[in-house]
Design a protein. Structure first.
Length: 337
């Protein structure tokens, strides 16, 4: 009965790892769970655990786990509803169940360089403080594979120790990868696909990215103008940093070509208006005022009363660098004013 819940939890956790890859720097994830069983026949959990630690490694995520059941032991499994008979037969049948239910938590933490907390009733603040303290200082190590066999591997196990100090434990991500994390988009052309449709699909990925993309710093400003008897026009203004763009010589002039797009979503997550276009930006002359360092682009939509989320994205066609931003806006009901 627990298999679907386990599967759903691991699917969400894998998605979280891949989303975290869009954030810069090292990240910590705290997973609090009452355990689950790695039963491959029902959930394929072992393979999914490996995919999670793979994604965590690529995203720079260290996972720390906490068994939410507190202090428990094999001899007193308070989660087991079966009665304990006088001959101890039922008790002996439960031996190993708790340890097995912690296998997944152990793997998630140890394979990413974290550690599991179990059999403890300490307040959460204490173990969180301990984790933050021990991860505040760390050594950054580099290692290069020695032979072709090591270089060919896509997911390989590594270990590290300190010479002459067997009393010390080194915690690190237990795997390395041949390939680097994949970008959201690629500058390679997609064969056998309509260019306009391909551009729209690419921009949809940028616009809907769960984490704002900052390769091209992009800011969004929203303004509304209400016209009784007509409606409300919401104008979205994009401020795009010129310093992050790549300028080429085209027709005797320096310019940067960008794809730009935006989507208006209502409070149910349904798109009510959208656009995708091509934008050409020119560099500013020397000694130009600082306030002109950003290129400005506007688009608008006529919207009825309600709450809206506006998401925008830009992409440099030469480098593939991207930027995105998001804002909320409330359109009041003119009839109620």
């Amino acid at each position: 009965m627990a298999a679907p819940d386990t599967d759903n939890t691991l699917i969400l956790l894998e998605g979280l790892m891949r989303t975290a890859g869009q954030l810069p720097g090292r990240k910590l994830v705290f997973l609090i769970s009452d355990g689950f069983y790695l039963n491959d026949q029902k959930t394929g959990a072992r393979g999914r655990i490996k995919r999670i630690t793979d994604a965590a490694g690529r995203a720079g995520v260290v996972i720390y786990t906490l068994d939410a059941r507190g202090i428990i032991s094999e001899s007193l499994d308070v989660t087991n509803p079966r009665p304990i008979d006088t001959e101890g037969l039922t008790l002996s049948a439960t031996i190993g169940e708790i340890t097995a239910s912690q296998d997944g938590l152990n793997a998630l933490s140890q394979d990413t360089g974290g550690r599991p907390f179990r059999n403890t009733n300490a307040p959460m603040s204490k173990w969180v403080e301990k984790v933050l303290d021990e991860t505040a200082n760390y050594y950054l190590l580099a290692w290069r594979p020695d032979n072709e066999e090591q270089k060919r591997g896509k997911f390989n196990h590594i270990e590290a120790s300190i010479i002459g100090r067997p009393d010390l434990v080194v915690r690190l991500r237990g795997s390395y990868f041949k390939t680097a994390p994949l970008p959201i988009l690629t500058t390679k052309k997609k064969p056998d696909k309509d260019p306009t449709k391909a551009r729209e699909d690419d921009m949809r990925l940028v616009i809907d990215a769960p984490v704002s993309q900052r390769q091209i710093p992009t800011e969004l400003e929203l303004n509304r103008v209400q016209m009784p008897g007509v409606g409300t026009r919401v104008t979205a203004t994009l401020h795009i940093s010129r310093e992050a763009l790549s300028f080429d010589l085209n027709d005797g002039k320096q310019s940067a070509d960008l794809d730009v797009g935006g989507i208006f979503y209502d409070d149910k997550g349904k798109p009510v208006s959208s656009f995708v276009g091509r934008l050409k930006i020119f560099p500013l002359p020397e000694n130009s005022p600082a306030q002109l360092s950003r290129a400005i682009y506007e688009f608008h939509a006529w919207l009825p009363a309600g709450l809206y989320q506006v998401r925008v994205g830009v992409r440099d066609l030469k480098t593939g660098h991207i930027g995105s931003a998001m804002q909320w806006i409330q359109v009041p009901n003119l009839l109620l004013r």
